[in-house]
Design a protein around this ligand. Structure first.
Ligand code: SF4
Length: 322
């Protein structure tokens, strides 16, 4: 059944002509917000695994990680082709020769038709972007930037270690080379109202981006956020609130942006709260139901004038390509 938003699964099928699945990889890298370079000790919701699979700790090579997942995905989802997703930590945060060798190892595996690279906006430079532009001449490639919120005050609270202007600069440099951009956003960050979150949606709607991932903030063990939660300094979003805000967030986005994710996928053993985030399929069903009941679909509230919001938040003028 078609979703009221531009679903990633559908996008991949149209692009590659068959069932394509992402394979999450842990390349054993780190991030400047954790290793001390940005000087802050990490985002408040991140634990030592950095949203990762932990596969590198188990000493699995990139090829072994891909081989292991392929077998399962072929059986479970009838996947035929695969995208290598460098997920854990910041996957452009290493010397270029090391990055080249990691990406090439993934692309050398039969049936891998492209790579997607998760990173931070302060972890790209001209040398890396030029290489990625060269690489995408022979394969599908997407760069995924963590932003989380378009509000600098929130980025300070969550200890991101970069600001919104740095993100905009990275997106501009990436798009100048025609490399597709996916942006990660978290709803329910400390101190944010629904209006703040929808402003993030409008801000992104005014930028030249190709895809978005959204999920609710969840509390995992051994994080600063866990301490805040236990002391009563942070309250998680209720499921109904998340569903409503996510639906409205999608309504603000232009219809061409691919929605790669609408829920989180916490590790059961690491999750502190909220427990409803474990019910992924139910959450998606509730979101779709809310959108249909309220006659909303992606793009319902989109306006070209949203470009002025990104201009107001960054002081830089730019045009939407929608
Ligand atoms: S940028 Fe990613 S890996 Fe680095 S501290 Fe934040 S969540 Fe963790």
């Amino acid at each position: 059944m078609r979703k009221p938003y531009r679903e990633y699964k559908q996008f991949l099928t149209e692009k590659f002509g068959c069932r394509v699945h992402k394979i999450s990889l842990d390349a054993g890298l780190t991030c400047p917000n954790r290793d001390g370079t940005a000087g802050t000790g990490g985002c408040i919701y991140c634990n030592a695994r950095g949203s990762g699979t932990g596969a590198h700790e188990r000493a699995l090579s990139i090829r072994e990680q891909i081989d292991n997942s392929m077998e399962y995905l072929r059986k479970r989802f009838k996947a035929e082709k695969f995208l290598a997703y460098f997920q854990s930590f910041s996957n452009t945060y290493a010397p270029l020769p090391r990055l080249k060798s990691l990406y090439e190892e993934a692309l050398s595996v039969k049936d891998v038709v492209g790579i997607t690279i998760g990173t931070r906006p302060d972890c790209v430079n001209e040398e890396i972007l030029d290489y990625l532009a060269f690489l995408q001449k022979r394969t599908y490639l997407c760069l995924e930037y963590g932003l989380q919120s378009a509000h600098d005050r929130t980025l300070k609270i969550i200890n991101r270690g970069h600001d919104v202007a740095t993100f905009v600069k990275a997106v501009d440099a990436t798009r100048r080379l025609n490399i597709p951009v996916c942006v990660h956003v978290i709803l329910g960050l400390p101190g944010e109202t629904e209006e703040d979150m929808l402003e993030t949606a409008k801000f992104l709607a005014g930028l030249d981006i190709q895809a978005i991932k959204i999920h609710v903030l969840y509390v995992i063990k051994d994080t600063v956020l866990e301490q805040m939660y236990l002391k009563g300094q942070y309250k998680c979003l209720e499921r109904e609130d998340y569903v409503r805000i996510a639906a409205r967030f999608l309504a603000c986005l232009p219809p061409h942006v691919v929605i790669q994710r609408v829920t989180g996928d916490p590790h059961r053993n690491e999750l502190v709260a909220p427990s409803w985030t474990l019910e992924k399929q139910k959450n998606i069903a509730m979101l779709v139901d809310y959108m249909e009941t309220n006659n909303l679909k992606q793009g319902s509230w989109f306006k070209k004038s949203f470009a002025s919001i990104s201009q107001a938040l960054t002081g830089v003028s730019r045009n939407s390509k929608s």
